[in-house]
Design a protein around this ligand. Structure first.
Ligand code: SF4
Length: 382
């Protein structure tokens, strides 16, 4: 037992985690209420080490937003636009395929594609998009659509959620994204995302996808109007579904960005709040293999520190990000692979390039480290 824990009020929870016992919701709330961040981090690090050893991963990916037109107006959203807005956009399938071709030159393995709930694009637009991207390169993994987009597409196509997912899968969809979970508790949801799908609907889309053999990630948007108990309640729903389906490959806590929306929060979550949330997620979600520190919301520096607080993944190159940026996110739109590797190496971990399902593509021990100068040149050309 380390020195930090010996003297900590959280010693009993360290012992529980050490014995491989599951913590309950009251334990999770105690962790959230504790000011002993280093002890919380030490417990999370124990769980992380047991899951992944000395590895920490990243992915070469590219984000594409096909459109920001949306029929909903979630109060926290800074991204959505109406047709009357001058800065609304929608891409053609050809334009999306062109972005994919450009990104493939830097070796991406994943396209991450989401958009608003477009008022009029037909269902065939989405299946054509998936097929066109697979035609560009059948090896690129397509991680697309949030649960609310799936519900929208099902409504548009007048099909069940299951049939909609089957047809998207046939067109090339390989993973759902985790976006849109926000905070599950109804009272919070109606304050930040009125009109959006309920917690049950979000979970049911993922459940249906998992039962079809699909895999997905899930998220929690934290640091706005929710209480700490609301966060625990959110994590409980995710742990329960994971017990049932084992279909989530990773959990991505998202730090709320406060600008250009209707929620009366003036500052984003602090570093302390972000680190404890990541750490407690790692401890509580004992049936998840991976916790991602999302540098877009945290900044790469804090995401790097999070590797000592339970995270084992710092996400990817991304290339072009709109959603957090339009909400005031200050992180750059792209990270060079060399910077992700450097951030991981400095923490003493072995960098691992992963695929969409967090499976290793390349383990970067000292003998096969890529040439940093070369990578910088390649990434800058996108
Ligand atoms: S969060 Fe999604 S569903 Fe809600 S307004 Fe924004 S784009 Fe539309």
């Amino acid at each position: 037992m380390n020195f930090l824990i010996q003297r900590s009020e959280l010693r009993d929870l360290w012992e529980k985690a050490s014995a491989g016992e599951r913590i309950d919701e009251a334990d999770a709330l105690r962790l959230f209420e504790s000011k002993d961040l280093n002890a919380v981090g030490a417990i999370a690090d124990l769980v992380r080490q047991r899951k992944v050893g000395n590895h920490a991963s990243y992915i070469l990916n590219r984000y594409v937003n096909y459109s920001n037109y949306c029929i909903l107006s979630c109060q926290f959203c800074s991204f959505a636009r109406k047709k009357r807005d001058a800065d609304g956009f929608q891409l053609t399938v050809e334009e999306i395929a062109q972005k994919a071709k450009e990104a493939l030159t830097i070796g991406i393995t994943e396209l991450h594609i989401v958009g608003g709930l477009h008022p009029s694009l037909p269902f065939s637009y989405y299946t054509d998009m998936l097929k066109a991207l697979k035609a560009v390169d059948p090896r690129v993994q397509l991680k697309c659509f949030t649960a609310i987009e799936i519900l929208h597409l099902a409504w548009l196509a007048k099909k069940s959620v299951e049939q909609t997912l089957i047809e998207l899968k046939e067109a090339g969809l390989e993973s759902l994204t985790g976006g849109g979970a926000e905070i599950f508790r109804k009272e919070v949801r109606s304050q930040i995302a009125k009109g959006k799908e309920s917690a049950a609907e979000y979970l049911d889309v993922h459940r249906t996808w998992h039962k079809l053999g699909g895999r997905s990630t899930c998220t929690m948007l934290f640091g706005h109007v929710e209480s700490l108990a609301d966060r625990v309640d959110h994590l409980r729903h995710l742990r329960d579904l994971q017990d049932e389906t084992h279909g989530f490959v990773g959990f991505v806590p998202l730090a709320y960005q406060p600008e250009n929306n209707e929620i009366p929060v003036t500052t984003p979550p602090t570093g302390f709040d972000a680190l404890r949330t990541i750490a407690i997620s790692r401890i509580y979600l004992d049936n998840f293999d991976h916790i991602t520190a999302y540098w877009v919301g945290l900044g790469l520096k804090l995401a790097q520190v999070a590797l000592n607080y339970g995270a084992d993944d710092i996400h990817g190159t991304i290339v072009e990000e709109h959603i957090f940026r339009m909400a005031g996110g200050k992180a750059p739109q792209i990270q060079a692979e060399k910077d992700l590797i450097k951030a991981i190496r400095e923490t003493g971990r072995v960098p691992v390039q992963r695929n969409t399902f967090y499976e290793p593509i390349k383990v970067l021990d000292e003998t096969n480290a890529p040439d940093p100068a070369g990578l910088e040149k390649e990434t800058a050309s996108v």
